[in-house]
Design a protein around this ligand. Structure first.
Ligand code: PLP
Length: 381
């Protein structure tokens, strides 16, 4: 092995020693396997009507978009999905991306662009925000001031401290946090943003489909300001893939002109967007499934806590079982797998040191007896 290759190999060996090595899970899913490792929260990923909608979109628009939106890739389907999202989110416009990761990286980088702003931006970010939001900041070369997770008093104090600073201000937060399953107060965040003249960027990846009267996310409960940008994904509760931002027409026009991940990437496939549009249309009719999912998650938390397990601050369909130690967490995941139950073992750097956990992603497709099987398996660990 060359010295250069040995550096990569050494990193993998060190990760393995610390119980932090990431390996791809086996893909063959035995029929009796009970899966809590995914984000298919509404159980839509395998719905035949989504597959049919993908096929129908493919027949009309082709399997691939053939180019970026600005060249050959724009289609009536892209525009229709965006119009639907904007109307349901209560914004003037929306813009779709190939993935949520790409949406965050590209949009945040463009919004924080120093040349546009004429100054270095002041970025206030929840310390547990997703990696793709950090990437957006890093691409713009913007330093983040991290506030304590969900601590709006801390955020407010930081904004107050910089109240007279003329530099443009930004607040970045997830709305349902993907690893803890707790919720941001979106109304309070928007009030703070308006009070301090900051742009608010909300990531609804885990809220879209599950929260809001119609399933359009937590931000559905507030009237969005023109300086609030809401990002979401089709990859989780919608069961497909891709991302979007809902925003003002001005900001959409700006992103079309300045977001590298939009300009220099082939437009999302019509197959994917056809399925995403169909899934989006289903959301308002899934109120009973949403209520059932959240009620089942609450019952699960109560049972796990009675067993002495730490489910953290979760109040959503995402239920962590915080074990602390990465080696113990991987062993617990493997023991559950041996019983035919798949969960994710999430370890640093995805979560902070000392908070390694099993992540349970509940779905509307799970039954009460699925949950009982999970509880019994956790009890016998
Ligand atoms: C909070 C959050 N934002 C963005 C993403 C990226 O979305 P996607 O998987 O669609 O790329 C994820 C995915 O894990 C996420 O958890």
């Amino acid at each position: 092995m060359t010295d250069l290759l040995r550096r990569y190999s050494d990193i993998l060996a060190a990760s393995a020693r610390e119980g932090l090595l990431r390996v791809l899970p086996v893909t063959d899913t035995p029929p009796e396997l009970l899966d809590f490792s995914g984000n298919d929260y509404m159980g839509l990923a395998r719905r035949p009507e989504l597959v049919e909608a993908a096929a129908e979109a493919g027949r009309r628009f082709g399997a691939g978009a053939t180019g970026s939106r600005l060249l050959s890739g724009n289609s009536a389907l892209h525009e229709a999905l965006e119009a639907r999202i904007a109307s349901d989110k209560g914004t003037e416009a929306a813009l779709v991306f190939t993935s949520g990761y790409q949406a965050n990286a590209a949009c945040i980088a463009a919004l924080l662009d120093k040349a546009t702003l004429g100054a270095e931006p002041l970025v206030f970010a929840d310390r547990l925000n997703h990696a793709s939001m950090h990437l957006g900041c890093a691409l713009a070369g913007a330093r983040q001031t991290r506030y304590r997770h969900l601590d709006l008093a801390h955020l407010s104090a930081l904004l107050e401290k910089h109240a007279d600073d003329p530099r443009p201000k930004f607040i970045l937060s997830e709305t349902v946090f993907g690893m803890d399953g707790d919720l941001a107060d979106v109304a309070a965040l928007q009030s703070l943003a308006l009070r301090f003249d900051a742009l608010l960027y909300l990531d609804e990846a885990h809220a879209t489909g599950v929260f809001g009267q119609n399933g359009f996310g937590l931000a559905e409960t507030i009237e969005l300001a023109p300086t609030t940008v809401v990002m979401g994904t089709f990859s989780k509760a919608l069961g497909v893939s891709g991302g979007y931002v809902a925003c003002s027409t001005l900001l959409r026009d700006y992103l079309i002109n300045r977001a590298g991940g939009f300009i220099f990437s082939t437009a999302p496939s019509p197959l994917v967007l056809g399925a995403a549009l169909r899934a989006w249309e289903l959301l308002p009719g899934l109120g009973a499934e949403r209520a059932g999912l959240l009620a089942r998650a609450e019952r699960l938390r109560v049972e796990l806590r009675q067993m002495g397990l730490d489910t953290g601050p979760s109040v959503s369909q995402i239920v962590p079982v915080i074990l602390g130690d990465p080696v113990r967490t991987v062993a617990a995941r493997d023991a559950l797998a041996a019983k035919g139950i798949r969960v994710s073992a999430v370890r640093p750097p995805t979560v902070p040191q000392g908070t390694s956990r099993l992540r349970l992603g509940l779905s509307a497709a799970h039954t009460d007896s699925d949950l009982e099987r999970l509880v019994e398996a956790l009890r016998s660990l």
